[in-house]
Design a binder for this molecule. Structure first.
Ligand SMILES: *[C@@H]1O[C@H](CO)[C@@H](O)[C@H](O)[C@H]1NC(C)=O
Ligand SMILES: *[C@@H]1O[C@H](CO)[C@@H](O)[C@H](O)[C@H]1NC(C)=O
Ligand SMILES: *[C@@H]1O[C@H](CO)[C@@H](O)[C@H](O)[C@H]1NC(C)=O
Ligand SMILES: *[C@@H]1O[C@H](CO)[C@@H](O)[C@H](O)[C@H]1NC(C)=O
Ligand SMILES: *[C@@H]1O[C@H](CO)[C@@H](O)[C@H](O)[C@H]1NC(C)=O
Ligand SMILES: *[C@@H]1O[C@H](CO)[C@@H](O)[C@H](O)[C@H]1NC(C)=O
Ligand SMILES: *[C@@H]1O[C@H](CO)[C@@H](O)[C@H](O)[C@H]1NC(C)=O
Length: 654
């Protein structure tokens, strides 16, 4: 009995332990994961290759792998098993220990469920070759352990977010063959080895962090540029001499479909330059043959300019090769705030701001976010040395009412100037841009501010810089966003152009009468142009538009004729009529303007006087404190010399 019972106990014990063992085994099956998988497969239509038997352990199912202890599902791989439709929420997102998920090459549609953000330990996610849509799934940014992410060949749209950088362990990112659009962010997980965004709708420049990947990783987008693809800015064909670069570029253009325009531009620029060169050589030869004597009688400016044009470009041709090392340099002026190089400028995404008389201006947004204006000069005739000398003069000019020139670039093919970007735009846009349609008219106080600050900027150019602006017009008066103070831009460029192509022959409407004959701009012709600008502020009429009623009559003469007939009130901009008590000031400013547009240059005031007149005019309407300070007797007798010395303390008040 004892023995028997003992035996029984042993048997019982073994049985219990067996049961315990069994139950332990069953417990170790990942029941939660199993439920999630069953929910997934029941809600997702699929081919019958997947025969997951609920009575078996999930760890034995097709496509499912568990960890060694069978305590969780480690990977789920269901490639090409005919899964159809949306990934149901609250299914796969529950596999909290999942490391690998592959659902590639199915017919999945719709968005990735947001609960994918629970898959915190996921290392690899393969969803390529489906029809998944929506924006880049933001739930994935929390999967910071991801090393491989493949969303290629789907129907994803919208931007590729900068938050991809959250995935710091990424070694492979595959986004090709989708509908991603916008700019490529600076994606920079250090360990990225494989990367592909080809065949999307991306535009803009390729960030430097990604330029190490082959061109085929980027091709097939709308408008993407920069290394390893051809450079972005059409205004800057290539840092190396253009002719040798073009041929290897051509096959690329053919493949990628959207580069032909760039190619055409490059080719036409190239051929235009070639033509110009041939022409210059021809002119040079002719000059040599004829000898110098008959030409000596020509007006001095044009003769000099033409002579320099000829010799300079032939010199450039000779020295072009040896100067190559210097060629790719942006020259910055002292005291600048920028630190980028030509390469950065090349990569910047550029937008045309305007085509002016001296060339085309671009707004260039650099990778690090800096925005500058790049002006690409055309028809520059001076030698590199002369160019540099003039730049040195212009680069020194610093004044709150002058747009600073920050850097320049000179090569045989390209002359670029880099200026600060003024986001508030030009006076021209403010005065004439879409009148009436919901735009805020420039009020009288702000027009006065523009008049005074422009005058101060010009006076500084004339007095301190000894520079003739030469191209004053409302589109070259830029406004500061906060204060509506004006800054003059595009100054002092006339010496870079020859007499016949000089921009002052194209600024119809602002040009002083004597400039047409003398072919050169002077301080006094600047004063005339400034007078026209004041008239523009007062009348709201653009001087270079034939909006003055009579054909061929310019703004000063129109104003003169109206004022002579005593219709003075008719002269002023209707947008100013709504303001009270400004008529007297408007008439005062009109008188200053008329003095500036005197036909005889000597009768015009100089800029310093103009500043003084506008300031004193302001005095009448500003508060008592100011009136007292301006009543300082030293003012009347010519007192301080530089306008800014006198004006800056008051600059804030008008
Ligand atoms: C599931 O497996 C059990 C035995 O393991 C079997 O009896 C049953 O028929 C299977 N069910 C299906 C649907 O295959
Ligand atoms: C298996 O589970 C035991 C305890 O439950 C644990 O100590 C062991 O580390 C686990 N092994 C693995 C490979 O997870
Ligand atoms: C995605 O959908 C389109 C159109 O419905 C179809 O032509 C294409 O084959 C689908 N792609 C995949 C991978 O299912
Ligand atoms: C980036 O990852 C952290 C966790 O490391 C997460 O808290 C954060 O929300 C993620 N950022 C985004 C944009 O998802
Ligand atoms: C792709 O996405 C667009 C818009 O998101 C949708 O209209 C289209 O039906 C989708 N195509 C497929 C095949 O899912
Ligand atoms: C790029 O495309 C987006 C729209 O997808 C557009 O808003 C943006 O202006 C484009 N940028 C450039 C530089 O073309
Ligand atoms: C990127 O994807 C495209 C399209 O699938 C392919 O042609 C190209 O070779 C890929 N490039 C790289 C670098 O993987």
């Amino acid at each position: 009995m004892f023995l028997n019972s003992g035996c029984g106990a042993v048997v019982l014990f073994s049985f219990v332990s067996f049961l315990l063992f069994l139950s332990h085994r069953v417990d170790s099956e990942p029941t939660q994961d199993k439920q999630a998988l069953l929910a997934f497969i029941s809600k997702t239509p699929h081919e019958n290759r997947i025969q997951w038997n609920a009575s078996d352990s999930a760890c034995s199912w097709v496509g499912v792998e568990c960890d060694a202890n069978q305590s969780f599902v480690y990977s789920l791989r269901l490639p090409g098993v005919g899964l159809v439709g949306q990934i149901p929420p609250n299914t796969l997102g529950q596999l909290s220990q999942l490391r690998v998920l592959s659902l590639r090459a199915n017919r999945l549609t719709g968005q990735i469920p947001s609960d994918f953000s629970n898959l915190k330990l996921l290392r690899s996610l393969y969803l390529q070759n489906n029809n998944l849509s929506g924006e880049f799934p933001s739930s994935l940014f929390e999967l910071t352990r991801l090393t491989r992410l493949d969303l290629s060949t789907n129907n994803f749209t919208g931007p590729i977010p900068f938050s991809v950088n959250n995935l710091t362990h990424l070694t492979g990112l595959f986004l090709e063959n989708n509908g991603f659009s916008g700019n490529l962010p600076s994606i920079n997980p250090g360990g990225l080895v494989d990367f592909n965004v080809s065949n999307n709708h991306l535009n803009g420049s390729i960030p430097r962090t990604l330029s190490k990947f082959p061109a085929s990783a980027f091709t097939g987008n709308i408008d993407i540029c920069g290394e390893p693809l051809p450079p972005c800015n059409p205004f800057f064909p290539s840092p190396s001499p253009s002719p040798p670069v073009e041929p290897p570029e051509k096959p690329l253009h053919k493949k990628s479909k959207k580069l032909p325009t760039a190619a055409i531009i490059a080719i036409s620029i190239g051929s235009a330059l070639l033509l110009l060169l041939l022409l210059l050589i021809l002119i040079l030869c002719l000059r040599r043959k004829r000898g110098q004597s008959p030409k000596a009688a020509k007006p001095p400016t044009t003769a000099r300019a033409a002579g320099e044009a000829g010799t300079s470009s032939s010199k450039d041709d000779v020295t072009g090769g040896s100067a190559e090392g210097e060629r790719n340099k942006l020259v910055f002026f002292d005291g600048g705030v920028y630190s980028f190089d030509l390469e950065d400028l090349l990569r910047a995404s550029a937008e045309v701001l305007g085509k002016g008389s001296v060339g085309t201006s671009y707004k260039a947004v650099l990778e690090e976010g800096t925005t500058v204006v790049v002006k690409r000069l055309k028809d520059v005739v001076v030698t590199k040395k002369e160019f540099e000398q003039q730049m040195e003069v212009l680069g020194k000019i610093k004044h709150e009412n002058v747009v600073p020139l920050r850097a320049f670039y000179y090569s045989k093919d390209e002359k670029l100037l880099v200026y600060d970007y003024m986001p508030a735009g030009s006076l021209s846009a403010l005065l004439h841009g879409s009148r009436g349609s919901g735009r805020t008219p420039l009020d009288w106080d702000n027009r006065m501010k523009v008049a005074l600050s422009t005058a101060r900027g010009l006076a500084h150019l004339h007095l301190s810089g000894k520079v003739v602006h030469g191209n004053i017009k409302s589109s070259n008066i830029l406004l500061r966003q906060d204060t509506h103070d004006a800054c003059v831009s595009d100054f002092g460029l006339n010496p870079l152009f020859s007499g016949s192509t000089s921009p002052n022959h194209r600024i119809a409407g602002y040009r002083a009468p004597e400039v047409l004959e003398a072919r050169r701009v002077t301080f006094k012709s600047d004063v005339y142009s400034f007078g026209v600008l004041l008239l523009e502020l007062l009348t709201g009429k653009a001087p270079n538009q034939a909006s003055l009623g009579e054909e061929g009559i310019d703004l000063p003469r129109w104003v003169q004729s109206v004022v002579r007939e005593e219709w003075t009130a008719e002269v002023f901009d209707v947008e100013l009529m709504r303001y009270n008590n400004i008529e007297e000031e408007m008439v005062q400013l009109l008188q200053i303007a008329m003095a500036c547009v005197a036909t005889v240059p000597d009768q015009r005031p100089d800029m310093r006087e103009v500043v003084r007149m506008i300031e004193e005019m302001n005095r009448a309407e500003t508060d008592d404190g100011l009136r007292q300070s301006s009543d300082d007797p030293s003012k009347g007798s010519g007192g301080p010399t530089t306008p800014e010395a006198r004006t800056s303390p008051r600059g804030v008040t008008p």
